[in-house]
Design a protein around this ligand. Structure first.
Ligand SMILES: *Cc1c(COP(=O)(O)O)cnc(C)c1O
Length: 340
């Protein structure tokens, strides 16, 4: 049972069939019909004019942040954001954009959090060019940014001529959990991403959506970064299949995550939070280290990942059944109680 991440999902036979039969062309020439179909579909889904199919979520974030900021300006985000923790400094290393952060326990951000960090100056202090939010929040434990918070922050950004980049790697999880269409969040952002390769189950790919003009610029920069690709329709077909068939079923992953957490809680009441918002469960390992728990679980055929010295993470997804998630919760519970 591999609960390290929802990126480990493999394409289903139906998805592979869609990939095998997809019409393709050279996407650098703008001639891959399947890529064009995916990009049009993604733009509509996210409430934006256009979209760009990128190799990874990191590349889509790199381009999205770049569209909103210039070298020597900064993007502000929370301290556990993927863009500052898990993208290897790319925004600074490649684009000359620095970051500053605010602190929240679980990544859920209010206007006050954000305003405490924004700097509108520019002559003396580094000028904030854009705000970045993550929904759902990965290292925050799959937490959801309430729509109202995002609306208030988007209004602030519009008033102060700041960009708003939404890292929507798992936006579909947030929207399924809330029963809202993706467009409700997507249309509030200047630039927004959606990973096809996480819980949606495609092998590769993330969409970046924005205005037509922004996406035209991003297409050039993607090529500059070496991200232009040719018959990418083979991959886009998997993305289309994922959008058509794998969004609603995310609710099952959320139920499995809650069931996993219930079992851990039954063994050690405070090891996981009271409510699990989506498909990510952060487990406090108490007196054991995260490394010890990861190793003990692996011995029993369960893979989870370390996210902090005393925290491990389990992520549910379409390649693990509800029953397996319950079993996994029992394994972690027993390890934490010192019984395994
Ligand atoms: C996975 C993830 C990404 C992108 O990851 P890649 O591995 O580059 O596709 C971006 N943001 C968040 C919140 C993620 O969880």
């Amino acid at each position: 049972m591999d609960l390290r991440s929802d990126t480990v999902t493999r394409p289903t036979p139906e998805m592979r069939e869609a990939m095998a039969t997809a019409p393709v062309g050279d996407d650098v020439y703008g001639e891959d019909p399947t890529v064009l179909e995916l990009e049009a579909k993604g733009a509509e889904l996210l409430g934006q004019e256009a979209a760009l199919f990128c190799a990874t979520g990191s590349m889509a974030n790199l381009l999205g942040v770049w569209l909103n900021a210039q070298p020597g300006t900064e993007v502000v985000c929370d301290v556990k954001a993927h863009i500052v923790r898990a993208e290897l400094g790319a925004h600074a290393a490649l684009h000359g954009i620095t970051t500053r952060t605010w602190v929240t326990p679980d990544g859920v951000t209010t206007l006050d959090n954000m305003e405490s960090v924004v700097s509108l100056d520019g002559g003396h202090l580094v000028k904030t060019a854009a705000v970045e939010l993550e929904n759902t929040h990965n290292f925050g434990g799959g937490t959801i940014q309430p729509l109202e918070n995002v609306r208030i922050i988007a209004n602030y950004c519009a008033e102060h001529s700041l960009g708003l980049h939404l890292d929507g790697a798992r936006l579909a999880n947030a929207c399924v959990a809330l029963g809202l269409p993706l467009v409700d969040y997507g249309k509030l952002a200047t630039t927004v991403t959606l990973c096809l390769s996480k819980g949606l189950g495609a092998p590769i790919g993330t969409l970046l959506a924005s205005t037509r003009e922004n996406i035209a610029r991003a297409r050039v920069q993607r090529k500059r970064l070496g991200g232009g690709w040719r018959q990418a329709g083979i991959l886009a077909a998997a993305g289309i299949y994922a959008l058509d068939h794998h969004i609603e079923r995310l609710a099952e992953d959320h139920e499995s995550a809650s069931a996993f957490a219930d079992r851990v809680r039954a063994a050690v009441p405070n090891a996981v939070s009271a409510a699990i918002p989506t498909n990510i469960v952060v487990v406090e390992t108490g007196t054991l280290t995260a490394d010890e728990v990861v190793a003990a679980a692996a011995q029993q055929g369960l893979l989870v990942s370390k996210v902090a010295p005393h925290q491990v993470r389990a992520v549910t997804h379409l390649d693990v059944s509800h029953d397996e998630c319950i079993q996994a919760g029992d394994i972690i519970g027993a390890i934490l109680r010192g019984q395994a």
